[in-house]
Every structure is written in structure tokens, then in C-alpha cells.
Design a protein around this ligand. Structure first.
Ligand code: PLP
Length: 830
């Protein structure tokens, strides 16, 4: 190789400060096209990102080549959502060059923090489900597991939330507007995806019945790859996102203007497929475009997986030993039928063999038991959009039901539960059932959730396949959620036990004795206070509300949903406000209630709850009679970047869902890891957090899942009686209903009161209210005992080792995927 190029190549990969600085200056001019005088912060972000990307590319190719050469088994994580957030700090930290980069920028007169702040937040997801997928990518790469993410490159991510007069208003999130320096477009990686048309039966070359899908419309899926940098920079995996492109079948050759414009319209319509993320969390709205998105990315991903497999193999027998395909919820569950179609129709594999291969490859993660969130697509829609898949689903169903024990027992009720088709009303395909029978393992995301899966939605399947359902309690990546987001605490931990915890979070155990060390407690508090100051400044900038850094930061940040019970929190806030006004001479512990979270745009009740919180804030924050002892702040536009500022600063973590309704939660883990004490119900992973941190270091209240269920089933529950017996609750509700918080529209909140009082209070807000208030009082009382609070906070942080997504992903790898770590071979560049 030409020596001049060689030097330049080494320069491009060098991690030292001067080389970084030279790279930045070169990239700014030759790639961004600006000089230092004219460059904006965004230009500098693009510059730094591109220079950092250079440092990743060789190792990325090494990783990919190693997987290829050794023909290793890979995991394919199919997810309609990846809630990634920013990547610059993540890449720098995982490469271990944050300080070098900071110094290099210093020498140019720039601040790394400002450059970092110019990166848009990649919000290709709604909430927990999408964030889990992002944490898994980080953990797979950091554990040197051969893992690929597959999803959609939405042009518009989750909407931007703003408040106008306290109401949520949605704006489009144009995260790609200025380009995305992390991605590599792969215009040559292109797969056709079909829709509509009809199925033709014919005789194949040996005279057997076969099918072909004809007269369909075609869209192309084009790949965009983003490198996923593992901790230590050894393994660089790939996130492959698909964008819709029109096929060249659109005939632009017409000289007829009408036909030409029609062709252009068609092109635009087909490219709409990857335009926008559906903003619903845990609800399905049954829109055709959504269904087409699901099939689009699933089909493209499976075609890509088979293409890669066929580079080394000439039949499909080894596929289950080479590809583990994980379905993140049922969104990609149509993949079961698509895999059968690809194998049987396109590759002439016999049905039974194809089914064995399919089951060997697929596994499915269930994320919710809420009936409104279980996907069930109308048979008529499938017949129209994917006619061949509908046939295949009927065939799978017939074979499955024939062999089921329910058929043998002539148990028709059980048969109808097991069926892939819901025959009640308009006939629908149950995607959960399809995912279940097409998978070798099915998992829940916390111990409680998995148990409830066995007892409720999948009870009949569990009887049929008692070994199929397993638990994989969720986790979070300690890199992003502690090492990067909370430098003060991260540095403190490292000062005592070294850096090992960053890739083995269980190392935090060794710090538990430090809870009794007065010096460590003082340092722990100092770190927390630093984070609280940062959050206070951020809130002041974003909302104009000034808060007391020494108050208890009481945090509920997550999607707004009735089952998550932000309503119960704001009712308790009103009760506390009343107590403070009633007893002005008492020395109150100052409390700041911090809320953040988006509501689905069509979820009117959730949006009304946002407005209520903002209305309560307006009254409370301006009432001099509470002497700044209480503040209510709702931070708009909750996303990963906001979470990274909030989590490290929280004192109290609100995890107060109606028991049995939150599958796991991961916000609960981020907050506890950052030293917040949890106030929560025995729901989702709260149960396991309680076991890990100990009963004395968490505030548990309220009904259990079993109690909640029997209370509702019993039919004797009357919220009116509960309210009547609780003067504080009654007073809070009366204030809302008489317009104390909405003098401009006193009846504004009647739908909320209605749902509690006459609507049966489905989420048991009134049932749990008293117990919640008591737990809250206990928390506030403890907060006055600074040393004792700090001791418990330290025990929270140090007990969270098990909740690393490294542990979760390791369990999937061993027990579901059957994949092993492999350290990439180094190319000749080192
Ligand atoms: C972690 C996270 C969530 C999930 O929070 P839960 O409290 O588990 O619902 C949602 N959104 C963002 C931005 C997150 O970082």
C-alpha cells in the first residue's frame, strides 16, 4: 500500500489528543464544508461525530468479518422501536476517549458538553419497549455477542411535546433534518416487499401443489447501518434500519403527463411506509399503515438473514443453529408466517421441515397483558394486504389445533382460546398466539409478569407447552444510565472499587459496607447534590420554575397512562398542599414533585391528566402560603436525553402502577441505580427490586396483583364509599370538581372525576390512595434524617447489580438463543 495513505489511515484511527484535534479540523473543512470561524455548534457536532466514527469503522469491519469467517450463530433482535437517544457521549465513553476528546476540543476553544448538546435525540420508540431494545444492543456488543438489531428508519421519530396553556401539543420530530452522521446508507442492500395481489395455485416441477403470490404491489426496503460500539471498543455490532423506497417499476417513461404524475404520486405513497413512528404506547389502533410497517421491516429483515445464511449453506437444515430471531413483542410476529412463506414458496422446503426450522429460530418476548394492547388484525385486512400469509396462518392453525390436547379432549372452549383466529365478532388473527406457537421459547419481562402470563392470557398454551414460557427480567445498561449519565457518582464508585463495575455491575456489591461509612455518605450526597443542581438549572431553563435544590426531588417520569397512575400522584400532591396550608407553623420538609412524560395524541384522558398536573402546578407554585415548601414541575418532551439528566438527580422514584399492570418497568431500575429510593406497588420488577435492596430500603404500599384482581372481580368495590371515608381525598376531589385549579373552566376535569366515581375506578386510584399517602409521609419523614436516607440510597445503588441488561442478555444468550461470545479477530491495522 502507498505509504502516504498508510500514514493517513493510522492518523484517522489514532486516539491521541493531537490526532483527534487534527481530525476535527480536517473533517470540519473537507466533510462539513465550513471553516472554524463560520462553524455552528451543529457543524462541530457533525465534525466530531464523523471523526469518532472513523475510529470505529475498522473494528466494525473486523467484527463483521469475524462473524462471517467463523460462521457463528447470530442473534437478530427484531423490534419496531429503538429508543436510542444521543450517541456521541456513548461512543466516546465506550471507546474510552471522553477525556481525550474533551482536551482536543479545548485546544480548539470548544466545550465538549456544548458539542454533545447539539446532537438530536434519536427517538425511534415510544417508551420502555424501545428503550429495552437499545439497552440490549449496548449489552450484546459489550458482552461480545454476535447481535444485530433490525428495525425501521423512521423519518419522524416520536413527536415533540410542547405545552400550550398547559395542554399537550404535538410537533413533528425531524431528527434527520440535518443529516445523521452515525449511519451508513447501503443503497445496494435492497429487498422487495410485496403487498396486496392474489395467490395462484400451480403444480411444481415434481407435480406437487404449490403457490405463488401474484399481481402484488412492491416496495423496496433499503438498509441504513449504524455501528453499535461495545464497551471497550472491541466488538462493534450493527443496527440495520430499513427505509422504504419506490421500485423502479413505476413507469416514468410515459410521455403522458397524467400517467407521469400518477407514477410520482405512487412513489411518494409507497415511501410513506417508513415516514413516521406510531405514537401509541401499550395500545393498538389497528391502522393498515401500521400493519404494513410491521410486515415491511420483518420481511426485509428475514430476507437479509436468509441471504447471509446462504453465503455459507446450500440447504436450510442448519438455520436454527445459525440464526436466533427474537421478536420484541408481537409487532414482528407476522415473521412466523413470512419465514414459512420464504422457505416453502421461495425455497421449496417441505412444510413440516420449514415449521421445525421456523420454531427453532424464533422466540418471542411478551411485554404486556393489557387487553387493549394485544395485537389482533382483522382477517379481512390480512386477506387483502397479505393474501398468502392468511392462507399460511390458516394452515398453521389447522395443523396445530388438530394435534392439540384440546382437540383430543373435544374441549371446544379451550380450542377457541388456542386458535390463531378470534371468531368473536369480526374475525381477527391473534398475533400473540401466532408468536407463541411459532417460537421455541416465550418470555415475560419480570417474575410477576411471567407468572401472570401463565395464569391469564397464555394459560391454555402453558398447559399445552409447560416448558415454553420462561422469565427474563429486564435490565438497563449501566454504561448509559450510570457511567455516562452520572459522572459524579460514577467517579465516586470508581475511586473505591475501580472500573470493573462498568462491565460487571454485580461488582457494586463490594460497596455495600460503604453505606455505614460516614465519609462515603458525605461524598455520595455531594454527588447527588451536584446532579440536583444540574437538574434544577435545566428545569428553570425549560419551564421557568425555580426549585429548591435541598428539597426532596420526588420524580415520576414515564409515559402518561391511567394504569401508571400519575393521577394518584397529583391527588396526593393536592392533599399535601392542603396539609401545608392548614398548618403553616409546622416545619415542613420541602418537596418538589417532578413529572415528565408524553401522552398518546388520541388518549384524551391522559392529556387531561397532563393539563391537571400543569393546572395544579400553576396554583401551588404561586401560593405564598406554602413558603416554597412545595413545587410542582412538569418538564415537557420527556426523552432519553431528559431522562439522563433526571435520573441522577432523583431522591424518590414513583413506581405506583396498579398491581398486575406494569409488565416490568425499567425507569424504576434507572432511578434506583442512581440512588433514588422507590415508593411503589408490588408490580412488575418492583417486586424484584424490593428483594434486591431489602424491605427496609424501599417504600412498598397498596394492593397486590391478587388483591387488586379479587377486589375488582368481587363486585363489592365502591369508590364512592372509599372517598367518603377519606376526608383528604374527598377534599382534593372537591377542589378539582369546583374549579379551584381551573377557574376558567370549572367543569374541565369532570371526565376524571367521572371515571373515578361512577366509572368504577378501574385503576384502583381511590383504593390505594390512603396507603400511598402513608408511604409518602414515611418517605418525607425519613428524608429529614439525612444520614439514614443517604445510607438507604447507597444500599439502593449498590444492590442493583443484578438489573444490568448485561445479565439479562446473558440469560437470553444461554437459555433462549444459544449464542456465545466471540472476540473479533484484529485486522492488519493494529
Ligand atoms: C426508561 C425509559 C422509559 C421507560 O420508563 P418506565 O418508567 O419503565 O415506564 C420510557 N421513556 C424513556 C425516555 C426512558 O428512558
Amino acid at each position: 500500500m502507498d505509504a502516504r495513505y498508510r500514514t493517513r489511515d493510522i492518523e484517522r484511527r489514532s486516539l491521541d489528543v493531537d490526532a483527534l484535534k487534527r481530525s476535527f479540523l480536517e473533517w470540519l473543512v473537507y466533510s462539513v464544508g465550513k471553516d472554524a470561524r463560520a462553524a455552528t455548534r451543529r457543524d462541530w457536532f457533525h465534525t466530531v461525530a464523523l471523526a469518532v466514527r472513523d475510529r470505529v469503522v475498522d473494528r466494525w469491519m473486523d467484527t463483521t468479518r469475524t462473524y462471517y469467517t467463523h460462521d457463528v450463530k447470530r442473534v437478530y433482535y427484531l423490534s419496531l422501536e429503538f429508543l436510542i437517544g444521543r450517541l456521541l457521549t456513548n461512543s466516546l465513553a465506550n471507546l474510552g476517549i471522553i477525556d481525550e476528546c474533551r482536551q482536543a476540543l479545548d485546544r480548539i476553544g470548544l466545550s465538549l458538553d456544548e458539542v454533545v448538546d447539539a446532537e438530536p435525540d434519536a427517538a425511534l420508540g415510544n417508551g420502555g419497549l424501545g428503550r429495552l431494545a437499545a439497552c440490549f444492543l449496548d449489552s450484546m456488543a459489550s458482552r461480545n455477542l454476535p447481535g444485530y438489531g433490525y428495525g425501521i428508519r423512521y423519518e419522524f421519530g416520536l413527536f415533540e411535546q410542547r405545552f400550550e396553556h398547559g395542554w399537550q401539543v404535538e410537533y413533528p420530530e425531524q431528527w434527520l433534518q440535518f443529516g445523521n452522521p452515525w449511519e451508513f446508507a447501503r443503497p445496494e442492500v435492497l429487498y422487495p416487499v410485496q403487498f396486496y395481489g392474489r395467490v395462484e395455485e400451480f403444480r411444481d416441477s415434481v407435480g406437487e401443489r404449490a403457490y405463488r403470490w401474484v399481481d402484488s404491489e412492491r416496495v423496496l426496503a433499503m438498509a441504513y447501518d449504524t455501528p453499535v460500539v461495545g464497551f471497550g471498543g472491541k466488538t462493534i455490532n450493527t443496527l440495520r434500519l430499513w427505509a422504504a423506497r419506490a421500485t423502479r417499476d413505476f413507469n416514468f417513461g410515459h410521455f403522458n403527463e397524467g400517467a407521469y404524475m400518477k407514477a410520482v404520486e405512487q412513489k411518494i405513497l409507497s415511501e410513506n411506509l417508513s415516514r413516521v413512528l406510531y405514537p401509541n404506547d401499550a395500545t393498538e389502533t389497528g391502522k393498515e399503515l401500521r400493519f404494513k410497517q410491521e410486515y415491511f421491516f420483518t420481511s426485509a429483515s428475514l430476507q437479509d438473514i436468509l441471504r447471509r445464511y446462504l453465503q455459507h449453506h446450500s440447504d436450510f437444515d442448519q438455520l436454527p443453529n445459525k440464526a436466533a430471531i427474537q421478536l420484541n413483542d408481537t409487532h414482528p410476529a407476522i415473521g412466523i408466517a413470512e419465514m414459512m412463506r420464504l422457505l416453502v414458496d421461495q425455497h421449496a422446503v417441505k412444510w413440516d421441515k420449514a415449521w421445525e426450522i421456523t420454531q427453532g429460530c424464533f422466540s418471542y418476548t411478551n411485554h404486556t397483558l393489557l387487553p387493549e394492547a394485544l395485537e389482533a388484525w382483522p382477517v379481512r385486512l390480512l386477506e387483502r394486504v397479505l393474501p398468502r400469509h392468511m392462507q399460511i396462518i390458516y394452515e398453521i392453525n389447522a395443523k396445530f389445533l388438530n394435534r392439540s390436547s384440546a382437540r383430543a379432549a373435544h374441549d371446544n372452549a379451550r380450542l377457541s382460546h388456542l386458535s390463531l383466529i378470534d371468531e368473536r365478532g369480526d374475525r381477527r388473527v391473534r398475533m400473540g398466539n401466532l408468536a407463541f406457537i411459532g417460537s421455541h421459547k416465550v418470555n415475560g419481562v419480570s417474575a410477576l409478569h411471567t407468572e401472570l402470563m401463565k395464569q391469564t392470557v397464555f394459560a391454555d398454551f402453558h398447559a399445552e407447552f409447560p416448558d415454553r414460557i420462561v422469565n427474563k427480567t429486564n435490565g438497563i445498561t449501566p454504561r448509559r444510565w450510570l457511567h455516562q449519565a452520572n459522572r459524579p457518582l460514577s467517579d465516586l464508585i470508581t475511586s473505591r472499587i475501580g472500573e470493573g463495575w462498568i462491565h460487571d455491575l454485580s461488582a457494586l456489591d463490594a460497596l455495600k459496607p460503604k453505606a455505614d461509612d460516614v465519609v462515603f455518605r458525605e461524598e455520595f450526597r455531594r454527588a447527588k447534590r451536584k446532579n440536583k443542581k444540574r437538574l434544577a438549572a435545566y428545569l428553570a431553563r425549560q419551564t421557568g420554575v425555580e426549585i429548591n435544590v435541598d428539597s426532596l426531588f420526588d420524580v415520576q417520569v414515564k409515559r402518561i397512562h391511567e394504569y401508571k397512575r400519575q393521577l394518584m400522584n397529583i391527588l396526593q400532591t393536592i392533599a399535601l398542599y392542603n396539609d401545608m396550608r392548614d398548618s403553616p407553623t409546622v416545619t415542613w420538609t420541602p418537596v418538589t414533585k417532578i413529572f415528565a412524560g408524553k401522552a398518546a395524541p388520541a388518549y384524551h384522558m391522559a392529556k387531561l391528566i397532563i393539563k391537571l398536573i400543569n393546572d395544579v402546578g400553576k396554583v401551588v407554585n404561586h401560593d405564598p402560603s406554602v413558603h416554597d415548601n412545595l413545587k410542582v414541575v412538569f418538564l415537557p418532551n420527556y426523552n432519553v436525553t431528559a431522562a439522563e439528566i433526571i435520573m441522577p438527580a432523583a431522591d424518590l422514584s414513583e413506581q405506583i402502577s396498579t398491581a398486575g399492570m406494569e409488565a416490568s418497568g425499567t425507569g424504576n431500575m434507572k432511578l434506583a441505580l442512581n440512588g433514588a429510593l422507590t415508593i411503589g406497588t408490588l408490580d412488575g420488577a418492583n417486586v424484584e427490586i424490593k428483594d434486591a435492596v431489602g424491605d427496609d430500603n424501599i417504600f412498598i404500599f397498596g394492593l397486590t396483583a391478587e388483591e387488586a384482581n379479587s377486589l375488582r372481580q368481587g363486585g363489592a368495590y365502591n369508590p364512592r364509599d372509599v372517598i367518603g371515608a377519606n376526608p383528604a381525598l374527598k377534599r382534593a376531589l372537591d377542589m378539582i370538581s369546583t374549579g379551584v385549579f381551573s377557574p376558567d373552566d370549572p367543569s374541565r376535569y369532570h371526565p376524571i372525576l367521572q371515571s373515578l366515581i361512577d366509572g368504577g375506578d378501574h385503576f384502583l386510584v381511590t383504593a390505594d390512595f390512603e396507603d400511598y399517602c402513608t408511604a409518602h409521609d414515611d418517605a418525607v419523614a425519613l428524608y429529614r434524617d439525612t444520614e439514614e436516607w443517604t445510607r438507604k440510597a447507597i444500599l439502593n445503588t449498590t444492590s442493583m447489580g443484578w438489573f444490568s441488561s448485561d445479565r439479562t442478555v446473558g440469560e437470553y444468550a444461554d437459555e433462549i438463543w444459544g449464542v456465545k461470545p466471540i472476540i473479533p479477530d484484529e485486522g492488519d491495522h493494529r
